[in-house]
Design a binder for this molecule. Sequence first.
Ligand SMILES: NC(=O)c1ccc[n+]([C@@H]2O[C@H](COP(=O)([O-])OP(=O)(O)OC[C@H]3O[C@@H](n4cnc5c(N)ncnc54)[C@H](OP(=O)(O)O)[C@@H]3O)[C@@H](O)[C@H]2O)c1
Length: 234
Amino acid sequence: MDLKTAKVLITGGSSGIGFATARVLIAVGAKVAITGRDESKLKAAAVELKALAIHADVSVHADVTRMVDEIVQAFGSFNVLINNAGIGSFASLVDLELAEFRRIMDTNVFGAMLAGQAAARHFIANGKGGNIINIASTAAQRGFAGGTAYTASKFAVAAMTECWRAELRGHDIRVMQVNPSEVVTEFQGCMGRQQVVNETKLRASEIAHAIKAMLEMDDRGFIPELTVWATNPK
Ligand SMILES: NC(=O)c1ccc[n+]([C@@H]2O[C@H](COP(=O)([O-])OP(=O)(O)OC[C@H]3O[C@@H](n4cnc5c(N)ncnc54)[C@H](OP(=O)(O)O)[C@@H]3O)[C@@H](O)[C@H]2O)c1
């Protein structure tokens, strides 16, 4: 697509990968709306980016409905959803609390489904195709110790991506998935790790670059899935 015609909704755009992606797309002429739960953080990010701020929690159905209404009201329509809002939580099976597992699924899976559903309905009604990029993870490709909740949520995102692709191709909607390996963002705090500067690990800008490349391919084709690794992480 011509990115100058892109009207983009990025869930969870107030930091990390969503923020970096908004910056890259706005720089090439796209109109971008970002969402998040923390309103002051969201507003500060939107001012810095010159993006539209939509205060919405993807795990709340009414918020998702309003989120789509607000972007349509502001931009007339939209043609890209970047399903990025996500949280992490890591505990061994023997320590994992069911409530915590549900909290992860509420945002990473049910929130992504609600946003994808609302976007797909809008794209189909519009009759002009569209783009959905689901941000999964390399945790959508293999499990690891302590990853039950997060890995299950990202495998579910990968499963939904395949189903949506099968349903939506006939409407000219490109459904794509990005699997970042470890990226240094605020997300690392969820893992109990300190966010330290590490020149060998991925930055959010590498993922933003991958997303831009996927979107700017001519609509005739699309990249179903793209995995991004750090070259030599230490
Ligand atoms: N960093 C990594 O190593 C890594 C690797 C692979 C995949 N990913 C995935 O990449 C995506 C972005 O993560 P990130 O690393 O950029 O993390 P981040 O810096 O923590 O950003 C997450 C964003 O999502 C928002 N958010 C979280 N829950 C939300 C909800 N329920 N509704 C709306 N917004 C919500 C956050 O804002 P609020 O908290 O204010 O809502 C924030 O804007 C996630 O799906 C994550 O699983 C990250």
